[in-house]
Write a protein that binds this ligand. Structure first.
Ligand SMILES: [Zn+2]
Length: 99
């Protein structure tokens, strides 16, 4: 099997399907950003820093096997997710019932 970079998993069709389903579930319960605990604008375009983005609890760079597991995703603002990078979050809001 040819080697693939970890983030290649996030460009495939299965990631888009998973992300869309996760976004739908989050929108239904109006889930807040798990990083800053503020409302997410689910209407915002992807170009908006306040728009929804699926964040990986365990970063893809260190846990590629969890990249496509919905239980490893949390709702976040695009700006929060990008700002966080691969740093772990201490004491952040967590829920066990997402998976
Ligand atoms: Zn946020």
């Amino acid at each position: 099997m040819p080697a693939r970079t970890d983030h290649a998993k996030l460009r495939g069709r299965s990631w888009r399907v998973l992300k869309d389903e996760f976004r739908k579930r989050c929108r239904e319960v109006n889930a807040r950003c798990w990083i800053c605990d503020q409302q997410i604008n689910y209407q915002a375009k992807f170009t908006d820093p306040a728009s929804f983005e699926a964040d990986h609890v365990k970063p893809v760079s260190t846990h590629p096997q969890l990249a496509l597991i919905m239980g490893n995703l949390r709702p976040s603002h695009q700006s929060c997710n990008r700002g966080r990078g691969a740093r772990p979050i201490d004491g952040a809001w967590t829920r066990a019932d997402w998976s």
